[in-house]
Design a protein around this ligand. Sequence first.
Ligand code: FES
Length: 180
Amino acid sequence: MVASGLGTAPVYPIAKALKEKGNHVISIQGAKNKDLLFWTERLGAVSDEHIITTDDGSAFRKGLVTQPLKELLENDAAEKKIGCIYAIGPAIMMKFCAETTRPFGIRTVASLNSVMIDGTGMCGGCRVKVGNVTKFTCVDGPEFDALAVDWDLVLARHKTYHEEEKCSLNRYQQSTEPEA
Ligand code: FES
């Protein structure tokens, strides 16, 4: 299980279910800094091994989640006991998890839930390409084979409403500013 940022929330129930089914669960959990880490105890409780990273080194191991992921896969290369990787978090993190697991030929699943808008199959905002086939994340996913996802398209789609999101954030910040 590789969880970064808010990805910890959707990773947790999957890790819990896998653990309850008797799997050996290894979790790698990362955040930009210690203040953005959450549910460490909760995820740790359903993991046989739990590695925590922060980008800035303000808590636990300094670095990105892909570093311990690569080490685990290298250490497992002879025995091949690791059967599947779930990676959930920012699109860029999932892309690099896929690039990390690709040389090992290991099944890797990513969740593209963050590109969804209405979640009904109507707006078309969640279109992605998986294995060169167009899929709707809300109808066909949100979990897909991370090794087949066109990550550059996912990253571009995340920027579609960048200006509107900035504008919306500015308005929100102005509305919450205390009056002079
Ligand atoms: S989120 Fe609108 S079609 Fe999928």
